[in-house]
Design a protein around this ligand. Structure first.
Ligand code: GDP
Length: 435
């Protein structure tokens, strides 16, 4: 068992391979807790050749005995949750007794998806590139103080009917082309609530009790720091706080419960959807990264935009989240390249920037300042010891550490649990020592 609670979160624009890292570290923890986002997240985990794709349920579910928590900061689409539960059941994994859903989590209603599609259509050229799963509109209702929480679904029926009627009426005023009847929405919600009931509870209390009993918790981030509603590339972001700040509000735990923060970063950069990506590549190298790295979204299948490692971004993430260490993933994807590049700054109209700017217009015309390094042109796939990596790959990682200002404690060299280096002298090894 770990000695401390840690957070594992995305240090770039998502899809860094958090699922694999969370899965690999789970045996050290009593519980894994999601604090934000919805089923727009997609974690792909391979265990001995079997592929698991998880959207809402923490990837810790793949380990027997580990509690999996969906916090109040998450928005829950009951249908999406049931689909995932059923798929896990078909693969022999039961969730009863292990899954806990916060009674304060807000629910996604069927018309939230319609509103998502409508809002993207209205933005036209300036569309965000959302997954159109209703996540953003559900958060809008939450902040607008008209959302419906899981405890409301399980509570007084007449009050719930009233809330659903008012919300559906508001929806009918926005989408005038079709009129939605509130009653089927209400009935569906009541039925969904009954199926969820055994999993629902006070998640904050559960986590506090787990900690009091000496159990360690892993806080699992979805999306990533550059997609954070406050610290990301606004407005091309997700609707929640994916950075470390979301943990306290999204689970009801105090800041001192977070004993360490592990940022997950790819050895290069990808982004799905719209918005700036300063190191974006086009042409042959982009295609190679996309094909070798299988850079297609786990939730939507969309091809991801690919670029070189951006140290400005990772340094920024390190500052926002207080990263103690990086888990560097997908090193093996770079194996065949003759040359690799690292972005250390942006050349802009306002001079060379070495800190990530808030104003996206500065980024739009930015030209990355690159350092070139020779590639290693030999396989790293499956390597489990740092010293066994090709010398040039070791040099690349050391340079990433210098320019990002954070050590790479974990290095992933393939999608399987076993294809991982955990550096013995790193802070991460210290977290688990003598545990
Ligand atoms: P997440 O949302 O951050 O968990 O990321 P995704 O699951 O969307 O994407 C990560 C993908 O990369 C998954 O298909 C993983 O199996 C895969 N992956 C993770 N680590 C590695 C690695 O070190 N090498 C390779 N080749 N693939 C990896």
């Amino acid at each position: 068992m770990a000695k401390t609670n840690i957070a594992v979160l995305g240090a770039q624009w998502g899809d860094e391979g958090k699922g694999k890292i969370v899965d690999m570290l789970t045996p050290h923890f009593a519980a894994v807790a999601r604090y934000q986002g919805g089923h727009n997240a997609g974690h792909t985990v391979y265990v001995q050749g079997t592929k698991f794709v998880l959207h809402l349920i923490p990837s810790g579910i793949l380990h027997p005995g580990v509690a999996c928590v969906i916090g109040n900061g998450v928005v829950v689409d009951p249908q999406a949750l049931f689909k995932e539960v059923d798929e896990l059941a078909a693969m022999g994994i039961g969730v009863d007794g292990r899954l806990r859903v916060s009674e304060k989590a807000h629910v996604i209603l069927p018309y939230h998806r319609e509103l998502d599609v409508l809002s993207e259509a209205r933005r036209g050229e300036r569309k965000i590139g959302t997954t159109s799963r209703g996540i953003g509109p559900a958060y809008e209702d939450k902040i607008g103080r008209r959302g419906i929480r899981v405890c409301d679904v399980l509570g007084d029926r007449a009050a719930l009917a009233e809330e659903v009627r008012e919300n559906v009426s508001a929806r009918n005023q926005i989408i005038r082309e079709t009129t939605l009847d509130w009653q089927p929405v209400f009935e569906r919600l009541v039925a969904d609530g009954e199926r969820m009931r055994p999993w629902v509870g006070d998640v904050s209390l559960f986590l506090h009790q787990t900690m009091a009993a000496g159990g360690a918790i892993m806080f699992e981030g979805a999306q990533a720091t550059l997609l954070d509603i406050d610290h990301g590339t606004y407005p091309f972001v997700t609707s929640s706080n994916a950075s470390v700040g979301g943990i306290c509000t999204g689970l009801g735990v105090p800041p001192r419960a977070i004993g360490g923060v592990l940022g997950v970063a790819k050895a290069y950069t990808t982004r799905v959807g719209e918005g700036p990506l300063p190191t974006e590549l086009f042409g042959e190298i982009a295609d190679r990264l996309r094909d070798t790295g299988q850079e297609y979204g786990a939730s939507t299948g969309r091809p991801r935009r690919c670029g070189w490692y951006d140290a400005v971004v990772v340094r920024y993430s390190a500052r926002i989240n207080g990263l103690d260490a990086i888990a560097l993933t997908k090193l093996d994807v770079l194996d065949d390249l003759a040359e690799v590049m690292i972005c250390t700054g942006y050349r802009t109209d306002a001079g060379i920037l070495t800190e990530f700017p808030a104003d996206l217009r500065l980024l739009a015309g930015a030209e990355p300042v690159y350092e070139r390094m020779p590639g290693w042109s030999s396989p790293t796939k499956g390597v489990t010891r740092f010293e066994e990596l090709p010398a040039q790959a070791q040099r690349y990682i050391r340079r990433l550490e210098e320019v990002s200002g954070v050590g790479c404690a974990v290095i992933s060299t393939g999608s399987d649990r076993a294809e991982t280096i955990v550096r013995g002298d790193s802070i991460v090894a210290g977290w688990f020592a003598k545990s």
